[in-house]
Design a protein around this ligand. Structure first.
Ligand SMILES: Nc1ncnc2c1ncn2[C@@H]1O[C@H](COP(=O)(O)OP(=O)(O)O)[C@@H](O)[C@H]1O
Ligand SMILES: [Mg+2]
Length: 395
């Protein structure tokens, strides 16, 4: 019988070019920068890796680009193992925060540089460069030098240069970090438009939660070399999986509580002698210590308990602070047990602002809360701890 010599057996779903990172760990000496990371980036998606500085985002991108070798684990693209391929043999390009443009070359020459290196016919280069400059809306500036462009325009040139040879995956490492806020917001919308137009997989690294949520189909929240939660922006904001995510992505009020049973489709929790309901499908735990979470904009303020709608959870309190921030007024309300709740009330012009010192009732629809495992819940031994989660505002 003859031996099969086919070097690569195409995977069953050979048409998909998903980027797959499987059990990848990267250690620098005794320090683990990326810790047993497993994730799939679907082909053609806009994927954001979101996390604080030092959590391992750049290291992850560098391993995908081939600039760093995983200590253990595997990286595949469309089913093909690329873990140990040289960077230039991967169908992957990177855009960095520093644009790294050639200062002595025109915009058009910068964009066409890679094609020229590969001895592409001049006419073809001209056509492709024009196409790319149109894509990034810089057609009229083709003959300028980088120094004659704004930061945002330079970043568009870098983008055009990275896309001209149609990589399968474009890696973007905090590409908008050097731009001022207004320009950054414009470029976020622009990047999303470009990604939709070219259909190339974008893996975008950022520490800016709003940036990740604005652009990405899927956001992976990274913490200390691991993924804490992965999902659509709505999923991770509305139903965070962990205390870290609840606090990293926007603000959360987190009430230290304990599950006391269930009733129909609800989990019942007790906190400071009060009982609250959380829908079961919004609960990460049904027993033991828990954190009852509610976003500040999901809380409502009324002046009397009679105004609380049926079925809502309610906490009485006193307004301790009120700050007008234009689109909303942000209140702090002190609950009877002394903890403060943060509430964002939209300034829609339908009600007059409440003053510090006023007695109020804070209420929320159970569907707008979520229940997370409390401190010590995972270990499931000993008495529930009541330590405050880092950075969270406690009810
Ligand atoms: N070449 C290296 N040698 C030693 N430590 C490194 C090296 N590269 C990165 N690190 C460390 O790994 C951690 C993750 O770094 P990095 O991936 O750059 O984080 P991020 O991009 O999320 O800010 C940091 O603590 C950083 O100091
Ligand atoms: Mg980085």
């Amino acid at each position: 019988m003859s031996v099969l010599t086919s070097p690569v057996v195409p995977p069953k779903n050979a048409t998909t070019g998903d980027l797959q990172i499987t059990n990848v760990t990267k250690s620098f000496g005794a320090f683990t920068a990326v810790d047993d990371l497993t994730l799939t980036v679907p082909q053609g998606s806009f994927f954001a890796l979101l996390g604080a500085s030092g959590c391992g985002k750049t290291t992850t991108l560098r391993m995908v680009a081939g600039l760093e070798e995983p200590t253990t684990g595997q990286i595949t693209l469309g089913g093909k193992d690329i873990t140990r391929l040289r960077p230039y043999n991967r169908p992957v390009n990177t855009v960095f925060q520093s644009y790294a443009l050639f200062p002595h070359m025109s915009v058009a020459d910068n964009v066409g540089f890679g094609l020229k290196q590969r001895k592409t016919p001049r006419k073809e280069i001209g056509v492709k460069v024009a196409e790319m400059l149109d894509l990034v809306q810089l057609g009229s500036l083709a003959s300028r030098r980088p120094a004659q462009l704004s930061g945002g325009q330079q970043q568009r040139v870098a983008l055009a240069r990275a896309l001209i040879n149609h990589p399968q995956v474009l890696l973007l490492d905090e590409p908008l970090g050097a731009l001022d806020l207004k320009l950054r917001r414009q470029m976020q919308i622009e990047l999303k438009r470009i990604q939709t137009e070219v259909g190339i997989t974008f893996v975008h690294v950022t520490h800016d939660q709003e940036e990740a949520m604005t652009m990405a189909d899927t956001v992976a929240v990274m913490n200390a070399g691991k993924i804490e939660q992965l999902g659509s922006p709505t999923e991770i904001y509305e139903f965070p999986a962990t205390v870290f995510v609840a606090n990293f992505l926007g603000q959360s009020n987190l009430l230290t509580s304990a599950c006391s049973g269930t009733s129909g489709d609800d989990v019942l929790v007790e906190a400071y002698g009060s009982r609250f309901a959380v829908p079961r499908d919004r609960s990460r735990v049904t027993a033991g210590p828990a954190f009852l979470g509610v976003r500040p904009e999901k809380l409502h303020l009324v002046e009397s308990a009679l105004q609380v709608p049926d079925g809502h959870n309610a906490v009485p309190g006193v307004i301790t602070d009120s700050s007008y921030v234009g689109v909303s007024t942000q209140y702090l309300v002190s609950a009877p047990w002394g903890e403060e709740l943060s509430i964002f009330a939209p300034n829609s012009g339908t009600s007059s602002p409440l003053r510090p010192g006023a007695n109020v009732v804070v209420h929320w629809h159970p569907q707008h809360s979520f229940l997370l495992a409390g401190a010590g819940a995972v270990a499931s031994q000993g008495a529930p701890e009541t330590a405050a989660p880092d950075g969270g505002s406690l009810l």
